[in-house]
Design a protein around this ligand. Structure first.
Ligand code: AMP
Length: 193
């Protein structure tokens, strides 16, 4: 893996632990020589992880839709900032540029990005690993819901198992590095995204 795409809140959340995890993840990317791909903003946890990787001399690639440049305050210090025409283009480009994905605590946008990437993997559009960083137990009730989705027969266990989960950045990056995708029927390849 060369670059990890991190999905996270455009807010900081209420706990200091979320900021600390964003910094820790940034430091762990630096340690492993992994670049960061992210939403290109300077607000919330997005800004913290980008600042951490930039400060350590790492590669930071932002992808931001033109319409959000003021709202999410496009980051001026990043290695490269791609300004794109839509949310859809943003997600497609982020997915292409990265070799794996991590969702940190975040809001609806983070969930939307995680689910789209995960479902692309489920459909076999890509073979890249997806992970959930459960800082301060933020995603505990979400795991319970996922288990219920499997128990009720709407999600296959092998697809549930595609989402790596860990409380610590180092542990999660190890899981991503060792990820073996399930065998699924190929519908499209990544260039079709
Ligand atoms: P949030 O998790 O809601 O704080 O948002 C985190 C990031 O997700 C921000 O950069 C949002 O612009 C982005 N986002 C929100 N909605 C969407 C969407 N429908 N598609 C792609 N990105 C989104």
């Amino acid at each position: 893996m060369k670059r990890i795409c991190v999905y996270c809140g455009a807010s900081h959340g209420k706990r200091e632990a979320y900021r600390e995890t964003a910094e820790l993840l940034g430091q762990e990317l630096l340690k492993r020589g992994l670049g960061l791909v992210y939403g290109g903003g300077s607000v919330g946890l997005m800004g913290i992880i980008a600042d951490t990787v930039m400060a350590g001399g790492g590669e930071v690639i932002g992808v931001i839709p033109e319409g959000l440049m003021g709202k999410e305050v496009d980051h001026q210090g990043v290695t490269a900032l791609h300004v794109v025409d839509s949310m859809h283009t943003r997600k497609g480009l982020m997915a292409k540029l990265a070799d794996g994905f991590i969702a940190m605590p975040g809001g609806l946008g983070t969930m939307e990005e995680l689910f789209e990437t995960w479902t692309w993997g489920q459909l076999g559009f890509h073979d890249k690993p997806c992970g959930l960083l459960n800082s301060a137990g933020y995603y505990d009730s979400f795991y319970t819901f996922l288990d219920n989705m499997v128990a009720e027969g709407f999600v296959r266990p092998k697809h549930r198992g595609m989402l790596m989960v860990a409380d610590e950045p180092a542990e999660l990056l190890d899981l991503l590095a060792n990820y073996k995708p399930p065998t699924v029927k190929r519908w499209l390849d990544e260039t079709d995204l």
